[in-house]
Design a protein around this ligand. Structure first.
Ligand code: ATP
Ligand code: MG
Length: 429
């Protein structure tokens, strides 16, 4: 006997109860983004591998060990399942010349792939809402992006999500800090773990991002990037903070916030909750002024952020968020050849009027069909037997305890009666 096939480890099916929850979430996301003038863009899930190496950086967790890369067996091209969306979005912006024209506020929602150890809030296929603005240099857009987060948490009924911000300055400032950091880590060489030793000369900043408890005290006392920032970088950072203070959005400056991708400069930020255990970052982003040029476009400032959908949905559930009620308005019960023909016509006619109908399929007795109707959670059953088929009528039966009694109606009068009662019951709630 052959073994049943399973989904790939860390890549999950999203079943209907869950998927309905997701759709509701996506509705909220789309209207929130619209309110800030963002427009959708959809990129391929597969991109050329060099795109991510150039954009994210060779010495990062993602490029070193998390990418699903493969060779196209037909033409030998190196391809990668996207581990994040910014690189592909910027590639598309350059390729189609979007940088110097509207729309420059863009968003996408979709799958990302990283070969990580699966655990709560960390999967190998996961979903992000990505938000990017291309061509804005000032701190105003950074601040607006952060304010957007605050509004979304309110829209989703979430509280207690802490905002952490930092400034990574400019590449020259980072270079000076980097030299100081290397010197400091060399002095503390006996404390460093394997990962840190490997990164000491390639990417020492990333050592500060370590999750190893043994390194925490040493990292906390390391030279701080903020002490190496020049006037312009400090002014940009102050500009962001001023808007946040004016808007009354609380934040913490976290000097160790460095982000796991190489393309960031100036502002970086994360929204973090303590309700999801170790995987507490639900949204993260920052400015990436060098990326467009690095990928072959004209120098163009930009910034963006990405939210982890799985983590946000878990947080909404944790906070008592309710899934939608997926129940149809009508369950249509029918038996007999003529009744079935009429049932199809009635179902389509009701849908024309905006009524959601679950048409019974698969036959069976009236009794068994009525059981299914009850189980469906529908507000009404519409019942058509051969007698009704002959007279062009149907029985309308409320499935709610407090509903009006069953009655026989001409099929053409059904929609009006159903809509009338749906409105009545809405008003009572
Ligand atoms: P972490 O430090 O948790 O690994 P990250 O810095 O690698 O996060 P980003 O690349 O900034 O994550 O991605 C933005 C958001 O996407 C994260 O804040 C998180 O909410 C979500 N995310 C990242 N990786 C995963 C994953 N493997 N599974 C589920 N969500 C993820
Ligand atoms: Mg990561």
């Amino acid at each position: 006997m052959s073994q049943t096939l399973q989904s790939v480890r860390g890549m999950n099916d999203i079943l209907p109860d869950e998927a309905e929850f997701w759709e509701l979430f996506e509705d909220t996301i789309r209207s929130w983004l619209k309110a800030y003038g963002y427009r959708p863009i959809r990129m391929p899930i597969v991109e050329p591998t060099p795109l991510f190496k150039r954009a994210i950086g060779e010495v990062t967790d993602i490029v070193e060990k998390e990418m699903y890369s493969f060779e196209d067996s037909l033409n030998g091209e190196q391809l990668t399942l996207r581990p994040e969306g910014t690189a592909g979005c910027v590639r598309a912006v350059i390729q189609h010349g979007l940088a110097n024209q509207a729309p420059r506020r863009l968003y996408y929602i979709g799958q990302m792939f990283r070969h990580e150890r699966p655990q709560k809030g960390r999967y190998r296929q996961f979903h992000q809402v990505g938000v990017e603005s291309i061509g804005f240099a000032g701190p105003d857009i950074d601040a607006e992006m952060i304010l957007m987060g605050a509004r979304l948490w309110a829209d989703l009924g979430l509280d207690g999500i802490e905002l952490q911000i930092n400034s990574l300055g400019q590449p020259e400032e980072r270079a000076q800090h980097r030299a100081a950091l290397i010197a400091y880590f060399e002095e503390n060489a006996e404390i460093l773990d394997e990962d840190a030793k490997r990164r000491l000369y390639t990417n020492p900043l990333r050592i500060l991002d370590t999750k190893n408890p043994a390194l925490q005290d040493m990292c906390a006392a390391a030279p701080k990037l903020i002490d190496y920032l020049g006037e312009a970088s400090l002014a940009h950072f102050e500009g962001v903070q001023r808007v946040l203070r004016d808007a009354g959005v609380p934040f913490v400056v976290n000097p160790r916030l460095v982000r796991g991708l190489d393309y960031y400069n100036l502002t970086v930020f994360e929204w973090v909750t303590d309700k999801l255990g170790a995987q507490g970052t639900v949204c993260a982003g920052g400015r990436y002024d060098g990326l467009v040029e690095q990928l072959g476009g004209k120098p163009t400032p930009a910034c963006g952020f990405a939210m982890g959908v799985e983590r946000l949905i878990a947080l909404i559930k944790e906070s008592g968020g309710e899934p939608t009620n997926p129940a149809p308005d009508v369950y249509l019960v029918h038996q007999g050849v003529d009744a079935s023909r009429l049932a199809f016509r009635v179902a389509e006619g009701l849908r024309d009027q905006g009524i959601n109908v679950l048409l019974h399929c698969g036959g069976g007795s009236f009794k068994s069909q009525m059981k299914k109707a009850d189980g469906s959670g529908a507000t009404f059953a519409v019942v058509i037997g051969d007698d009704e088929a002959v007279s062009g009528e149907a029985q309308l039966k409320s499935l709610r305890e407090d509903g009006v009694a069953q009655r026989k109606l001409k099929v053409d009068d059904l929609a009006e009666a159903i809509i009338g009662q749906l409105i009545d019951s809405d008003e009572e709630e």
